[in-house]
Ligand binder design. Structure first.
Ligand SMILES: *Cc1c(COP(=O)(O)O)cnc(C)c1O
Length: 450
């Protein structure tokens, strides 16, 4: 199938907007028609030549376990509603902390994605920072509470801002510090921002793998500074936290275990199906105070781990099964291999693209993310022309159906982002992709008349 969906909005609405029927249809017919109706409306994000955004595919055992989770239809809210699911999550949490190099004593939650992992972690942060100031946010709310300040670099993901909105902290509380061209936060800038209001309850958000270039903040340098001012340090590691799984890449994460909370995804780099994210909190009591809720129609026992004590959802799917299956299928070595292969393929892809006439490398991957752009070679062409050609080539590549990339803004310029996150990507996918980009560039080249 072409990597990018070929059906347009009118096609899809035309097929899928069936009249709401009074009478049902046999299940098999429903499924066969669904398959026919979505034809051309799926992106091949499960395949090996999908390099857009940061989207992983799924390993086989995880897909199978996800089907089982649906078929078994457990409500993984607590041990008593789904005993095996509760134990699987307990095991998965321990495995994940070990793979990701996080403190064994940290608490955790399996949530829908990194967005909700941020919400869960920052709810724990909100609890702890205000409890230290004699304020119980769970009962008193935020009206009249001391204002929480958030410090982060300009390279953060938009899901941090939405977490602040959902938690009632508000995006105006965000003090954004400029990041250097290497995408990292400067220690001096962080220290002076903290020193400007040394007693304010503060969250510092650091990045393990930013969305454009996969940059890692210097945890060993920045976290002690934040701690000196009593700040809560949260790490957004939606995909970058997985660097810890690879002995080769683990040094990037050096010092990250000193943070207070960490958010990451399963559906990106572990290659499990959606929806799967993970939240980890060093202060388990703060985490539990922010989330736990008990009702009299469920029986609780002290020696089990009830997911509802840690998760923001009430009823929920047993999303521990696919993670359990993926980790068992891959093992430690397989996860390290998956992460390293993606990085190697990203490097090869950007290197190959960089050799093409009209392409320019903006960022050579140091993890799994790189940036290129396409230059307008006509005499007198300026920045706006390069931006235009970059967008035109990205569109031509996607329209060709061989590979998919997304455009982005980087340091004021349009760029094409190269993100490799799938176990399915092979060296031959890389070769085929470079060839299709070469063709797109040739077809777009200005004629002899300019
Ligand atoms: C994808 C991403 C997120 C959001 O994760 P979801 O799983 O989509 O909720 C947050 N931060 C970074 C750096 C990301 O790449």
């Amino acid at each position: 199938m072409p990597v990018r969906a070929t059906a347009d909005l009118a096609d899809l609405r035309g097929r899928l907007r069936r009249p709401l029927a009074a009478e049902g249809v046999p299940a098999e017919q429903v499924l066969l028609e669904l398959v026919a109706d979505v034809r051309g409306g799926l992106n091949a994000s499960a395949g090996g030549r999908f390099f857009g955004w940061v989207i992983g595919s799924s390993v086989t055992a995880a897909v199978g376990a996800d089907w089982l989770a649906a078929a078994w239809d457990q409500n993984a809210a607590s041990y008593s509603t789904a005993p095996a699911a509760a134990v699987v999550e307990e095991v998965v949490g321990e495995w994940l902390k070990s793979i990701l190099g996080l403190p064994p004593s940290a608490s955790f939650a399996l949530v829908t994605g990194c967005q909700m992992a941020h919400v869960t972690c920052l709810a724990a942060a909100r609890h702890a920072l205000l409890a230290q100031r004699g304020w119980n946010v769970e009962t008193q709310g935020l009206f009249s509470a001391p204002a929480i300040r958030v410090i982060s670099g300009g390279h953060r993901h938009g899901s941090i801002d939405r977490a602040l909105r959902l938690l009632g902290i508000g995006t105006n509380q965000m003090a954004e510090l400029p990041t250097a061209s290497d995408g990292r936060l400067d220690a001096g800038l962080l220290e002076s921002a903290l020193a400007a209001s040394p007693d304010a309850p503060t969250v510092v958000v650091l990045q393990a793998g930013d969305l454009n270039i996969g940059a890692f903040d210097s945890f060993s340098e920045l976290i002690p500074i934040a701690k000196k001012y009593g700040a809560w340090v949260h790490v957004d590691g939606a995909f970058g936290l997985w660097a810890a799984a690879s002995p080769r890449l683990r040094p990037r994460m050096s010092g990250a275990s000193m943070a207070d909370s960490w958010a990451t995804d399963g559906h990106k780099w572990l290659n499990v199906p959606y929806d799967c994210g993970y939240a980890f909190v060093a202060d388990g009591a703060a985490h539990r105070s922010a989330m736990a809720t008990r009702v009299n129609y469920i029986s609780y026992s002290s020696d089990v781990r009830d997911e509802g004590d840690w998760n923001p959802e009430w009823s929920r799917r047993a999303r521990g099964f696919p993670t359990y299956a993926a980790i068992r299928q891959l093992g430690r070595g397989g996860i390290a291999g998956l992460v390293e292969n993606c990085c190697d393929h990203a490097h090869a892809l950007v290197t190959g693209i960089g050799r093409l006439d009209g392409a320019e490398v903006l960022f050579m991957p140091t993890l799994n993310q790189g940036l290129v752009r396409f230059i307008d070679r006509r005499a007198g062409a300026g920045p706006a022309d390069h931006d235009r050609r970059t967008d035109a080539i990205v569109e031509a590549i996607c329209a060709g159906g061989e590979a998919l990339f997304s455009g982005t803004m980087w340091q004021g310029r349009r760029a094409m982002r190269v993100s490799v996150c799938s176990w399915r990507t092979t060296a031959s996918d890389v070769e085929r992709t470079v060839s299709c980009i070469a063709r797109a560039l040739e077809e777009d080249a200005p004629g002899p008349s300019g």
